[in-house]
Design a protein around this ligand. Structure first.
Ligand code: UD1
Length: 419
């Protein structure tokens, strides 16, 4: 396995281009199970997770060609069982459950894995499928759903930590071929769920309220093939914005949707970062001195939990005290220990992280523990004095396309070495 080596202290400059959204791609690829027609999905990022989803579709009988960021999916699925081997590596794969149940009236899907960011239940997915008339059993690590006919219903899909992105997608997909009308209240309104709605509508689904907390899905008899281009990855974009701010750089991030980054821009303007907005680009002007800013993560349009670790790394080098609270995944704080190994001063206090900014971080060998925590370590490595070695970088490869090449092109000293 490779490790990533970063020599810190370099400013970034020029332009960096954001890839297609991982979290939009995964459910959209799963949605192609709802039809036997050909679907063409463009701007699919080449990531470990998207390749896993492609493998999963193939294991279910689909033919998938994937070249130059375009996936062409055709043929009929011939299995309703999603195996442990594939689902356990990535939570996103659980969203094949809705389409499989809809198509086969039976689905057997392994309980998912994914990032180590606390307990991640699937009760909301199950609640939604049950409301549509499915009988559910959990047996030997698999969720098994059966239904003679899925029927529309009024479903409240909020959980104790708010709405669920993948459960909303899963239930929306199952409802799109169900009999009658389904209303999902407290739906997640993340841009990735909105993109899934757009794709389903292109396939012939009747969905109202896309991008809102109330989705009305009128079941249709059949969905057809569609051609869809995945939008930009707002989390990758946000990660680059934070890297520019941390390294006091002027960097232009291309292929972004500004409206999806509002909360990050708002928090960072308060910290002293300046921005210039282009048509589909954003130039970040990192200041010499940052001010500490506290954040609490919430469902969209709140501050995204997927940028929490990277924001914490930025606050770690910002003199003063900031408080970071994660209301979406309250235990998502494993990165604290690794950042502290690099000289940060962060402690957990009554469920929140208290960050006392230090002047400098120092390069050190560190371990990537989950996808976004790994990005936080890269950010820390870019500003640290000396050499940072990041081990277990397969986490990064799950969600950041060509990260090392992209950063190299804008001036970072970053390369891979064999362990
Ligand atoms: C998706 C994203 C992930 C992001 C997260 C929150 C994908 C592939 N992943 O994950 O990157 O961090 O949204 O924006 O799109 N919950 C329940 N019961 C459930 C489901 C979730 O209690 O059945 C809880 C979770 O534990 C968490 C909260 O709801 O506390 C939100 O999780 P959810 O939106 O479901 O995350 P994912 O869809 O898995």
């Amino acid at each position: 396995m490779d490790k990533l080596v970063i020599k810190g202290g370099k400013k970034l400059f020029g332009d960096i281009k954001v890839s297609g959204s991982k979290n939009s791609t995964l459910p959209i690829l799963a949605a192609t199970l709802l039809t036997d027609d050909k679907c063409v999905i463009r701007n699919v990022p080449k990531l470990r997770d998207t390749l896993t989803m492609i493998k999963l579709l193939r294991s279910l009988g689909k033919t998938v060609e994937y070249n130059n960021h375009t996936a062409i999916i055709s043929g009929a699925a011939n299995s309703s069982t999603a195996e442990y081997k594939l689902v356990s590596t990535m939570r996103g794969s659980f969203c094949v459950m809705g389409p499989l149940l809809s198509k086969f009236r039976h689905a057997k899907v392994s309980l998912p894995g994914g990032c180590v960011i606390g307990i991640r239940p699937v009760d909301l997915h199950i609640k939604g499928f049950k409301a549509l008339g499915a009988a559910i059993e959990v047996e030997a690590g698999y969720v098994i759903a059966k239904a003679r006919q899925l029927k529309g219903n009024l479903i409240y899909l909020g959980g104790i930590f708010g709405p669920s992105v993948l459960a909303t997608g899963n239930v929306m997909m199952a409802a799109s071929l169900a009999l009658g009308e389904t209303i999902i209240e407290s739906a997640a309104c993340e841009p990735e769920v909105e993109e899934l709605s757009e794709f389903l509508i292109k396939m012939g689904a009747h969905i109202e309220g896309k991008g809102t907390t109330r989705l009305v899905v009128r079941g249709v008899k059949r969905l057809h093939g569609a051609d869809y281009t995945i939008g930009p990855d707002r989390i990758e974009a946000g990660t680059f914005v934070l890297m520019a701010a941390a390294t006091q750089s002027t960097l232009t991030i291309r292929n972004i949707k500004y409206a999806q980054l509002l909360v990050l821009v708002d928090r960072l303007e308060e910290a002293g970062v300046r921005f210039k907005k282009g048509k589909d680009s954003l130039t970040v002007i990192g200041p010499k001195k940052l001010k500490p800013v506290s954040v609490t993560t919430y469902p969209y349009p709140g501050f995204p939990t997927d940028l929490q670790a990277q924001f914490m790394a930025l606050m770690a080098i910002t003199p003063g005290v900031s408080v970071i609270n994660d209301k979406v995944f309250p235990d998502r704080f494993i990165h604290i220990a690794e950042l502290n190994r690099m000289g940060a001063n962060i402690r957990r206090d009554s469920g929140v992280a208290v960050v006392e900014g230090v002047k400098t971080l120092f390069g050190a060998p560190v371990m990537a523990s989950d996808l976004r925590a790994s990005a936080a370590l890269v950010l820390a490595g870019l500003v640290a004095k000396g050499k940072t070695e990041i081990h277990r970088i397969y986490h990064l490869e799950r969600g950041y396309e060509d990260l090392e090449q992209k950063l190299k092109k804008v001036g970072a000293v970053i390369y891979r070495e064999k362990e």
